[in-house]
Design a binder for this molecule. Structure first.
Ligand SMILES: Nc1ncnc2c1ncn2[C@@H]1O[C@H](COP(=O)(O)OP(=O)(O)OP(=O)(O)O)[C@@H](O)[C@H]1O
Ligand SMILES: [Mg+2]
Length: 444
């Protein structure tokens, strides 16, 4: 009886603590990480570093000098050496540690062992990034940061840079228009494309940038941001007028750059113009690009060809004139007709949300990062906003946008409405913002 009482008095609190920890891990992963996970994983890393590296095949034979020194000073057996380790730095989501690669090792060797390392140190995931030649950083992530996305406080924003999503290694994914001028965002319906655009619009709203929208779903996605837009087209007919106006603006800017080259010397783009003459950058958002390609009649076909030619010209030449494209759609392949693959080839950045088939993922990623195609196909429907981002360097990562409601984004745009630049060439496309409340007729 007394044994039973002892068992109950010690076992019950232990069981309660274990249950509480499991619940905290599930419900409050951040709190769990900073109180339990971090000390536990850091201790394991520090105490088992050498043996884990050896077990993972990440050690190299010691140099002859080292072997001699060990033999001369101790009677110990000469053991293989792991990469030299830097300080272990804790973060709100994981741990970071820099490693100096041993001679003969490359970053890919560490990358191949990440699955084994994560089990050895009890963390959710391990990622590897090259810091500089010979130095790699191990990024240990304590829990699934893409489950409930929270952007880090310092996320690298700046002029024409928008931290739009979080990578799975807990670093921000920054959409930087100066390095990747044009981007294609693909995904099935309800996969999170418009949420991605919403973040970009909200992120650019406080900056000195003109925002232009082409939303052939009659403006349902972009019209709420009308106060901050310098131009908006809500159907293919309007887009067919807006795009030539944008090409005209681009040509005007090229003429200006050419004129200044004659006066002041060489400048290859708008950024080299004197400050007072520098033109405001224009970001063109196209939601559901396929709508611009589809035609019903032969007359439409002519319009389509013109429209696509303008888009291709903007993608080819726009960057130097400070015009950037953000194109978004469900599929974007040769089946859309003439010009589709040519336009796609100009869109350097690629983000692929959940897709319904492998062919769609290949349209987004197949030509630049073939290994990312399978990762895109594995995105589950219950995780909208999750995507695979790649660029022409072949690198790719899983990313997810934080949730941002349409109302919050629209309010943010309304607050920054006074920053919307007026571009005379686009003035007639400026959306009329009505503050009057519309009342629906009875019975409608
Ligand atoms: N990062 C996210 N976190 C949570 N919910 C999200 C996220 N991204 C999107 N969603 C939700 O998923 C749903 C679909 O998102 P969204 O409208 O962006 O999809 P879409 O790809 O543009 O779809 P469609 O092609 O039909 O326009 C919305 O209800 C949105 O609130
Ligand atoms: Mg959408």
């Amino acid at each position: 009886m007394s044994d039973l009482v002892t068992l109950l008095s010690t076992g019950a609190p232990v069981a309660a603590a274990a249950g509480g920890a499991a619940l905290a891990r599930e419900r409050y992963p951040r709190l769990y990480w900073s109180t339990v996970g971090l000390p536990w994983s850091a201790t394991r890393l520090l105490t088992t570093y050498g043996s884990v590296m050896e077990a993972c095949g990440l050690t190299v034979p010691p140099s002859r000098l080292r072997a001699l020194a060990v033999r001369a000073t101790t009677r110990r057996e000469v053991r293989p050496v792991p990469p030299r380790r830097g300080l272990v730095r804790p973060t709100a989501t994981g741990l970071r540690v820099r490693l100096r690669l041993a001679p003969g090792q490359e970053v890919a060797d560490l990358a191949a062992a990440t699955e084994r390392l994560r089990h050895a140190w009890s963390v959710h995931a391990v990622h590897v990034a090259e810091v500089k030649p010979g130095v790699a950083e191990l990024r240990l992530v304590g829990f699934d940061v893409l489950n409930d996305v929270r952007m880090p406080k310092t996320s690298g924003d700046g002029f024409l840079r928008v931290p739009v999503a979080l990578r799975e290694d807990a670093t921000p994914f920054v959409r930087d228009y100066r390095t990747v001028p044009h981007q294609l965002t693909l995904g099935a319906t309800l996969s999170g494309k418009s949420m991605y655009l919403r973040h970009l619009v909200a992120g650019l709203a406080p900056q000195r940038v003109a925002l232009v929208g082409i939303d052939c779903k009659r403006g349902v996605e972009l019209a709420p941001f009308a106060p901050r837009l310098s131009a908006l087209a809500t159907d293919p007919a309007e887009a067919a007028e807006l795009l030539p106006a944008l090409v005209g603006l681009m040509e005007e800017r090229y003429d200006l750059i050419r004129a200044r080259q004659r006066d002041n010397g060489a400048t290859p783009d708008v950024w080299g113009l004197p400050e007072e003459e520098r033109r405001v950058p224009v970001v063109v958002f196209v939601d559901e690009v396929a709508e611009l390609f589809l035609t019903a009649t032969r007359k439409d076909e002519e319009r389509r060809d013109e429209l696509v030619t303008h888009l291709v010209r903007l993608a080819q030449l726009g960057r130097a004139a400070g015009i950037y494209l953000e194109v978004c759609g469900q599929r974007f392949g040769a089946e859309l007709g003439k010009g589709a693959t040519m336009l796609r080839a100009q869109l350097t950045g690629r983000v692929c949300h959940r897709v319904n088939d492998e062919a769609s993922a290949k349209m987004a990623l197949g030509d630049i990062a073939p290994e990312a195609v399978m990762a895109a196909c594995a995105i589950p429907a219950e995780r909208p906003g999750l995507a695979v981002a790649a660029d022409s360097s072949g690198r790719w990562a899983r990313i997810r946008t934080p949730y941002l409601s349409l109302t919050d984004a629209a309010t943010h745009c309304a607050i920054h409405a006074h920053r919307a630049p007026t571009l005379p060439a686009l003035a007639r496309f400026r959306p009329v913002v009505s503050t009057a409340v519309e009342s629906a007729p009875a019975g409608s």
